[in-house]
Design a protein around this ligand. Structure first.
Ligand SMILES: [Zn+2]
Ligand SMILES: [Zn+2]
Length: 89
């Protein structure tokens, strides 16, 4: 089955994932409990959008989507519907 992802072109309810995974490891450097300024800055300046591969479902032909984090991917600031993390720092 071929999945054709539809990327919303209007703002939708998108949430940025946290900077750490659920075990407390930084998504950027992989260190537990990271307080690295570079990682904090990267995260604070990131934008997120619905995954164009799985359309946010996290599922591609019955397998987990390998492109996104929980249905979202980093985006450009100019991408329609892209949002920034709710928390700074
Ligand atoms: Zn880090
Ligand atoms: Zn995806």
């Amino acid at each position: 089955m071929t999945v054709t992802a539809v990327v919303p072109t209007v703002p939708v309810l998108v949430s940025a994932p946290p900077r750490w995974n659920f075990a407390g490891f930084c998504d950027y450097c992989g260190q537990r409990g990271c307080t690295n300024t570079r990682c904090i800055t990267l995260y604070a300046s990131s934008w997120w959008m619905v995954c164009p591969l799985c359309a946010g479902t996290g599922d591609v032909d019955g397998d987990c989507c390998r492109m996104c984090l929980y249905g979202v991917v980093e985006a450009n600031s100019t991408t329609p519907g892209a949002i920034r993390p709710a928390v700074s720092g």
